[in-house]
Ligand binder design. Sequence first.
Ligand code: ATP
Length: 134
Amino acid sequence: MSTLRLEVVTPEKKVFEQDVNMVVARGVEGELGIMPNHVPLVTPLKIAPVKAKVGNSETFIAVHGGFMEVRKDKVVILAEAAELGADIDLSRARLAKERAERRLAQKQSDINARRAELALHRALNRINAAGEKE
Ligand code: ATP
């Protein structure tokens, strides 16, 4: 089966770099399944797990927004933060979720509410990606 190279990079580090058979990511306009020789594209990503398939196995990476660039045989994801499902600290994510929910319940300014909403999305993304780990 042919492969393409998936790289997930944050300002801190390279989170993932491997040859995979398929990448499934949530772009702002919907879910994208990328296989080798996909047409080139650049899209902003939602805060959502990215799935990398190699044979029958799947790796989940929590990707917190950013961009995906697809070239012939390469997918590069640049994100503010990203973690492999297996590296996620689930109790930290649960605490972040509770904190964000509390802040949202407190009806603060719009800016703080938006920040809490984004923090809640990140926490849920981590909880989802961690739950999918093998
Ligand atoms: P918290 O409130 O728990 O810090 P956050 O959403 O504010 O969460 P970020 O600013 O998105 O955290 O990330 C800061 C750094 O911490 C990044 O390097 C990110 O990968 C890492 N990180 C955040 N939460 C977790 C987690 N639950 N498990 C592993 N790494 C995490």
